[in-house]
Design a protein. Structure first.
Lengths: 201, 47
C-alpha cells in the first residue's frame, strides 16, 4: 500500500462521527403548543433582559466524538438571556397576564419579576447504543411587589433527544424540548404565586 | 502484526482512554429534583 496511514485517518474520522464542526444552536421562537390559562389580565412587570449568570457566557455546549472526547463547540445564535426573557414574556401574555416593561406605568399591586439565566448547556451523553443530546436549562426568578413581597424560585430542566448520530438538528430539538418544559414550569409557578396572593397583580 | 493494524489499535486505545477521562457538564437526571425548587421561597410577605 502506498499510503499506510490513510486507513488510520479514515478510521479516526469515522470514529469521530464527523463531530468536528461547531454547532450553532437556534434558540426556539415558539412557546407552548397550548398556553396555560389563568392570567386574567393581572399585571406583571418583567425586567428585561434577565441577567446572564452562566459560568461561561460565550458557550452553549460542547460537541463530542463517539468516544466522548470534546471535538467542537456549541454556540448560541442569539443572546440566550434576552431570548428566555422574551419567551417567558410571550408565554405569560398567552396565559392572559398583562406583561409590562419596567418603563411602563403599572398598578401599585403589580408583581415585578426579575430573573437570571443560570445555565444553558447542551452536550451528547453517550450510551451503549444510542446517544442522548441533553440540554440543561436553569433560570432563577425573583418576584417582588411595592407592598413588600419578595420571593424567589430556581427552575432546572433537562431537554433530551436520542439519536444514533448527533447533528445540529438533534441539538436544536433537545433545546426545544427543554425550553417547553422550562416555560411550562415558570408559568405554572407564576400562576401559583398569583393564586397565593390574590390581592396582587 | 502489520504496522498499519498496530497503529489503528494504538489509535483506538488512545481515543478510548481519552473518552474515559472526559467530564460531563450536564447533570445526571437523578439530580434534577434537588436543583429544582418545588415552591417559592418567600423572604417577605406583602403588607
Amino acid at each position: 500500500m502506498d499510503r499506510p496511514w490513510l486507513p488510520c485517518v479514515l478510521l479516526a474520522l469515522m470514529l469521530s462521527g464527523c463531530a468536528t464542526t461547531d454547532v450553532r444552536l437556534k434558540l426556539p421562537s415558539t412557546g407552548l403548543p397550548t398556553p396555560i390559562p389563568g392570567g386574567n389580565q393581572r399585571q406583571i412587570v418583567l425586567t428585561k433582559p434577565f441577567a446572564d449568570g452562566r459560568q461561561v457566557p460565550t458557550l452553549c455546549g460542547v460537541q463530542k466524538s463517539g468516544y466522548g472526547v470534546e471535538t467542537a463547540t456549541v454556540y448560541c445564535k442569539d443572546d440566550p438571556a434576552r431570548w428566555i426573557t422574551d419567551a417567558l414574556a410571550a408565554e405569560l401574555m398567552a396565559s392572559g397576564f398583562t406583561v409590562l416593561s419596567a418603563q411602563e406605568s403599572a398598578r401599585d399591586t403589580a408583581v415585578t419579576i426579575e430573573g437570571a439565566l443560570l445555565k444553558l448547556f447542551a452536550e451528547p451523553v453517550l450510551g451503549p447504543w444510542l446517544t442522548t443530546i441533553e440540554t440543561d436549562l436553569s433560570v432563577r426568578l425573583v418576584a417582588t411587589s411595592r407592598s413588600g413581597l419578595r420571593t424567589e424560585r430556581t427552575f432546572f430542566v433537562k431537554g433530551g433527544r436520542e439519536s444514533i448520530v448527533w447533528t445540529d438538528k438533534c441539538f436544536n430539538e433537545s433545546l426545544a424540548r427543554g425550553t417547553q418544559d422550562l416555560l411550562a414550569k415558570m408559568v405554572e409557578a407564576v400562576l401559583q404565586l398569583m393564586k397565593q396572593y390574590p390581592e396582587l397583580g | 502484526m502489520k504496522p498499519v493494524i498496530r497503529l489503528a489499535l494504538g489509535l483506538l486505545v488512545a481515543l478510548g482512554l481519552a473518552g474515559c477521562s472526559v467530564r460531563s457538564v450536564v447533570v445526571p437526571p437523578e439530580q434534577l429534583p434537588a436543583l429544582n425548587d418545588s415552591k417559592w421561597t418567600v423572604e417577605s410577605e406583602p403588607r
